[in-house]
Design a protein around this ligand. Structure first.
Ligand code: SF4
Ligand code: SF4
Length: 173
C-alpha cells in the first residue's frame, strides 16, 4: 500500500500579521457596517422579529401533519400502512379496523404520529395512495414542555388544520 504525502504551503507570518490588529479592525469594520445598515435600512434586514412577524412559507414547505376527510366526513385513510412502512423515523403507528364496506375495507381506529421523532422528510405524504395525509398546516413551532403533547392521535391530526380550516369545528368528524 502506498502512502501519499501532501505539502502544505504555510507561509511565514509577517510582523504586521502577527500583531493581528489589521484583521481585528477589518472584522470590526464589517460588523459595524452591518450594524449601521440594520438601523438605517430596516426593510432590507435578513432577519425578522419572530414570532411577532412571520414569513410566508414557500408552497412546498413541510410542516406538521394533518389527516384529510372524504366528502362524507369519514377519514380518507384506508389504513394501508404504506406511510408507516416508508417512514424512516418509525414515528407513525396505525391501528386498523374493519369498515364493513368492500370498497374501502379498512380505516384507522387510531393513527398516531410522534411529531418530535419525525424528521419532516415528507415520504409519508408521497407514499400515500389516496392523499389522506398532508404536511401543509404551516405549523412548525412544535416546541413543548411535555413530550407527550407532541404525540398526535387521530383526532388531533384531523383537527390539525391551518388557522380557520378546522374540519372538527365544521362538524365533519
Ligand atoms: S415526514 Fe418522514 S419522518 Fe415524518 S412521519 Fe412522514 S415519513 Fe415519517
Ligand atoms: S395515510 Fe395514506 S399511506 Fe398512510 S395508512 Fe392512510 S392511506 Fe395508507
Amino acid at each position: 500500500m502506498t502512502t501519499r504525502t501532501y505539502a502544505i504551503d504555510r507561509h511565514k507570518m509577517t510582523f504586521v500579521e502577527r500583531l493581528y490588529l489589521p484583521a481585528i479592525l477589518q472584522g470590526m469594520l464589517i460588523t459595524g457596517w452591518h450594524f449601521v445598515k440594520n438601523i438605517f435600512f430596516m426593510d432590507r434586514r435578513m432577519t425578522i422579529e419572530f414570532p411577532e412577524k412571520k414569513k410566508t412559507l414557500p408552497p412546498g414547505y413541510r410542516a406538521e401533519h394533518r389527516l384529510m376527510l372524504r366528502e362524507d366526513g369519514n377519514v380518507r385513510c384506508t389504513a394501508c400502512m404504506l406511510c408507516a412502512t416508508v417512514c424512516p423515523a418509525r414515528c407513525i403507528e396505525i391501528e386498523a379496523e374493519d369498515v364493513g364496506d368492500n370498497k374501502i375495507e379498512k380505516r384507522p381506529k387510531n393513527f398516531t404520529i410522534n411529531e418530535l421523532r419525525c424528521v419532516f422528510c415528507g415520504l409519508c405524504v408521497e407514499a400515500c395512495p389516496c392523499d389522506a395525509i398532508r404536511m401543509d398546516t404551516g405549523k412548525f413551532e412544535n416546541a413543548t414542555f411535555d413530550r407527550r403533547t407532541a404525540i398526535y392521535d387521530i383526532k388531533k391530526l384531523i383537527n390539525n388544520q391551518a388557522e380557520g380550516q378546522s374540519q372538527l369545528s365544521q362538524g365533519l368528524y
